[in-house]
Design a protein around this ligand. Structure first.
Ligand code: 5GP
Length: 184
């Protein structure tokens, strides 16, 4: 389970991991609009608020949360059956969702991808072009809270100061043998 503030480079870390390790990337459902280059069914399932509400009411979501004015959720279909089949699954979700996953799967590995600093995060968010100033301020405030919470209960915090280094560190965590007596 990978989490971290928007703009910390999680997507790039996840993309780099996909080239090195076999896992299924859990495709979330979201009500936000696709960014240029994003593909429906690959990056997210882009749905209307009504469709999201129906999936939620039908109990189809393992977890969900509102983030920056949009709804995000993990379809159960992305997780349960695949885990039973022995596949490794990677979730990229925010912290309230991560807490719900921790309750359902306490043995999961929780990795937080942190930006080198809040100043670097702000520059990355501004440079991305799709986020207005109010959203940047909102996301920075959320990022500050998230970093404090992640320090409290995540298994690993990986600082994305250099993309290749961060990918290698996360890959190392995910492939490390589990010490006897520890949950995998
Ligand atoms: P973005 O809009 O930048 O792609 O994602 C915004 C935030 O939503 C990120 O922190 C991302 O990890 C989180 N997110 C993406 N999918 C899910 C999901 O299914 N559930 C939850 N709880 N958060 C998600």
């Amino acid at each position: 389970m990978v989490s971290g503030p928007s703009g910390a480079g999680k997507s790039s870390v996840v993309a780099g991991l996909a080239e090195r390790l076999p896992f299924h990337f859990s495709v979330s459902m979201t009500t936000r609009a696709a960014r240029p280059g994003e593909i429906d069914g690959e990056d997210y399932w882009f749905v209307s608020p009504e469709q999201f509400g129906e999936a939620r009411a039908a109990g189809e979501l393992l977890e969900w949360a509102e983030y920056s004015g949009h709804l995000y959720g993990t379809p159960r279909s992305e997780v349960a059956g695949r885990l039973a089949a022995g596949e490794d699954i990677l979730l990229d979700i925010e912290l309230r969702g991560a807490r719900q996953v921790k309750a359902a799967y306490p043995e999961a590995v929780f990795i937080f991808i942190a930006p080198p600093s809040l100043e670097v995060l702000e520059a990355r968010l501004r440079g991305r072009g799709d986020t207005d100033l109010e959203q940047v301020a909102r996301r920075l405030a959320v990022a500050r809270d998230q970093m404090a919470e992640a320090e409290a209960w995540f298994d690993h915090i990986v600082v994305n100061d250099d993309l290749e280094r961060a990918i290698a560190e996360v890959a190392g965590i995910l492939t490390a043998p589990t010490p006897p007596g520890c949950p995998s």
